[in-house]
Design a protein around this ligand. Sequence first.
Ligand code: C2E
Ligand code: MG
Ligand code: MG
Ligand code: MG
Length: 288
Amino acid sequence: RAKGSHGDAICFYEEEMDERVRERRAMALQLRAALAEDQFFLVFQPQVSVRDNEVTGYEALLRWRHPVRGVVQPMDFIPIAEDTGLILPIGEWVLRAACRAAASWDTPLKIAVNVSALQVGSIDMPDIIHGILMETGLSPQRLEVEITETSLIQDAERTLHILRRIKAMGVSISMDDFGIGYSSLSTLRSFPFDKIKLDKSFMDDLDRGPQAAAVIRAVLALGESLDIPILAEGVETKAQLDFLAQEGCTQIQGYLVGYPGEEAGEGGTSADVDQLPLTVDELPLFRN
Ligand code: C2E
Ligand code: MG
Ligand code: MG
Ligand code: MG
């Protein structure tokens, strides 16, 4: 290994790497315990129809109440759960908790559940979903499974077979984070998705220049011609909503119309926040 004037820096770097690896290992152990200790919970973010501003369903988003760190966001533990295979039991917990919650609602709205590549590549998945629907009494028409393109990278044939079996039960399948994967368009040919969720990055770009508008228009036209509804994710401003409405987008999700809340419908919106003498960032309780 090269030593010299950068020796200390390399050493520091390696120590930092070690620290990272140790931290991930500790997290993996804690994640395993988290299921038994009942430390997971779901928050629910509304999906809203552009035409009449009605809530059409909720997406279930996972949170981990860590005994020391407090509430941990999925970005900080889902990758570890995926690497360790723990996403299989955790994902099953999410499905069961989400279906149970939806079954208890007064109105028969849909519940969307995120499912990782490993889950949807597992041949047991259709039976697991079927069992949970039976157990909770939720109608399959009310369940929506969100997958990302990553799910179709490895062993696409097998995954498509599993998706077909899930769809055959009456469960719908959405393509999440559309537009950021490397093969978005060919993915759409491979399966009759019930919904396409346009990734939030397109909303971010919309404020930065005219190119994003052109791309969003193209995606909406694609949805139109394939007869697949497009939901725009991460809508935060009235200007973004106005643009989407004008271009014929039918569904949105985002802080403008609803933050994730522990009970469906109690997350509040940034439209509410606008009425208050505070900025969104000053309201940590609303930020899930
Ligand atoms: P996703 O499925 O694309 O979920 C949308 C994410 O965007 C959520 O973040 C949501 O809170 C956030 N979001 C929604 N509207 C807005 C907005 O207007 N502005 C901003 N800045 N953010 C918004 P969250 O809950 O942190 O989840 C991140 C990702 O973690 C999810 O992205 C999903 O890929 C994954 N995830 C969450 N729950 C689960 C789960 O139960 N299983 C699996 N496998 N993955 C999950
Ligand atoms: Mg978040
Ligand atoms: Mg999602
Ligand atoms: Mg997404």
